[in-house]
Design a protein around this ligand. Structure first.
Ligand code: FES
Length: 151
């Protein structure tokens, strides 16, 4: 996997976030392992500590294995004012996990994120690359059940 991704990018520091993004996307558990960080460090000749600094700065990166479907619930003020805390409570109930955790079946990881840029549809969440807006406690259940049914 690493060689295929490295082949797409020149070994310059400017490409760090793109390489990390691709590796995380390709990993079946959607995270950046210690091995991945080490390999990127060697390829770009960038210290491991610098890479971990980047990983912890951006919420989109994870150093923990995650589920097949990553739910990112927006917690910025416009979504909060439209009831994202109720959506979060419903997600916790339906999934049986809280933010930062993965369901026992490995199907979902629940996370918070900052504004997704579609505040007009607040409250909003993303599941993998799909955006879901105007969420209600009912629609959240339907969305999760639909994904569960299609596993
Ligand atoms: S504040 Fe939630 S999408 Fe902008």
């Amino acid at each position: 996997m690493y060689e295929k991704i490295f082949a797409k990018y020149e070994p310059t520091k400017d490409n760090l976030i793109y390489i990390l993004h691709d590796i995380q996307d390709e990993h079946p558990q959607h995270y950046l392992s210690e091995d991945a960080v080490q390999r990127v460090s060697e390829y770009l000749n960038v210290p491991v500590n610098h890479i971990y600094g980047v990983i912890t700065f951006y919420t989109m990166y994870s150093t923990k294995p995650r589920g097949n479907n990553i739910i990112r619930l927006c917690e910025s003020p416009p979504c909060y004012l439209k009831g994202s805390d109720n959506i979060y409570k419903k997600l916790k109930t339906v999934l049986g996990v809280k933010a930062g955790e993965t369901t026992a079946d490995g199907l979902f990881t629940l996370e918070f994120c900052a504004c997704l840029g579609v505040c007009g549809n607040a409250p909003v969440m993303m599941i993998n690359d799909d955006v879901y807006g105007n969420l209600t406690e009912e629609s959240v259940v339907t969305i999760i059940e639909k994904i569960r049914g299609g596993k």
